[in-house]
Design a protein around this ligand. Structure first.
Ligand SMILES: Nc1nc2c(ncn2[C@@H]2O[C@H](COP(=O)(O)OP(=O)(O)OP(=O)(O)O)[C@@H](O)[C@H]2O)c(=O)[nH]1
Ligand SMILES: [Mg+2]
Length: 300
């Protein structure tokens, strides 16, 4: 993965700048991680590792914590299996039975699996409760719009603008992990529901998609999706695509994705601010374009 020259350079920087953690922005096999740690003598984590770490810092609700713990366990289990296969291969698959290393790994694996099963059961209860709530909502004949998009695009800020609620919105990644629903008055006697939920990122760890099933399931039940884009980000076109890919991974049906509304947020920061007169160019921060956007929702 890294040549000797690059490794030497990294080592030099680590020593010179007294660095004690190396984050590699791609997936490392357990073996690659260990080799790097042995060579550089600092803790090494990969992209999935750091994303799981951030998620575990953000989780506040019981459900959020359970989902993050599940993702973490699935990640760790996959690493154990691979490490074990490696040991097996090294020994040429001969007479080695029940060596201490192997036993420990087997035991860890079983404990991890037991925990995974326990958490999955608790999450199943959450999903059942959600289904009940959803049925009640359906009865009230509300149309629901779900805000989706890349992390930090401004979904929660927009949610607050629309619903006058106070969902935490911060300039950090993955501030929102749980789903929140609010009611929006569109004028006359028309009310709709709006859902704020977890944000996406490119190369999202599959463990997270698997663990956040209950949260992501809300999207498959929402009537219309709204892709919130940070238009002040030079990479916004790419992020728009990443959201679509992630929705597909989360099993949201194609027709819903094709019908998705796109809003361009943060026009106040964007060089395209003159576009703010265009429909769906908004600022959740200043309120620009929000009333027009709200009125346009009546048509759905
Ligand atoms: N200038 C400006 N800042 C905005 C706007 N909308 C959101 N922000 C800021 O962008 C940051 C991220 O906003 P959030 O609402 O937390 O973004 P999010 O999409 O909910 O992020 P996650 O929950 O991590 O997925 C916050 O610091 C907001 O104050 C906007 O229209 N203009
Ligand atoms: Mg948010």
């Amino acid at each position: 993965m890294l040549g000797k020259g690059v490794l030497a350079e990294i080592l030099e920087t680590i020593i010179y700048k007294k660095i004690n953690l190396l984050i590699v922005n791609s997936t490392l096999s357990p073996r690659q991680q260990k080799n790097l740690e042995d060579n550089l003598r600092v803790k090494v984590i990969d992209r999935t590792g750091i994303i799981l770490e951030i998620f575990s810092k953000r989780a506040k609700s019981k459900e959020g914590k359970l989902q993050v713990e599940l993702a973490d366990l699935i990640y760790r289990k996959s690493r154990l299996v691979r490490a074990w296969t490696h040991l097996e291969r090294q020994r040429g698959g001969t007479t080695f039975i029940g060596g201490p290393g192997e036993l420990q790994i087997e035991l860890d694996r079983r404990l991890i699996q037991e925990k995974i099963t326990r958490i999955k059961n608790s999450l199943k209860k959450v999903r059942n409760r959600r289904n009940q709530q959803r049925k009640l909502r359906k009865k009230s004949n509300f149309k629901t719009f779900a805000l989706v998009g890349y992390t930090n695009a401004g979904k929660s800020k927009l949610f607050n603008r629309l619903t006058k609620k106070n969902q935490s919105s911060k300039n950090v990644m993955f501030e929102t992990l749980d789903t929140k629903t609010g009611r929006v008055h569109l004028g006359k006697n028309i009310y709709v529901g709006v859902i704020d939920t977890v944000g996406f990122i490119n190369n999202i760890p599959t463990q997270l998609i698997e663990s956040f099933k209950a949260t992501l399931e809300e999207l498959t039940y929402a009537d219309v999706l709204i892709n919130v884009i940070d238009v002040s980000d030079i990479d916004y076109k790419n992020k728009e695509k990443i959201t679509i890919e992630t929705l597909k991974m989360a099993n949201v049906c194609e027709s819903k994705i094709n019908k998705m509304i796109t809003v361009y947020n943060k026009v106040d920061l964007s060089p395209y601010s003159h576009d703010s007169k265009k429909l769906n160019f908004i600022s959740a921060y200043t309120g620009d374009g929000i009333e027009e956007f709200k009125s346009s929702l009546i048509n759905y």
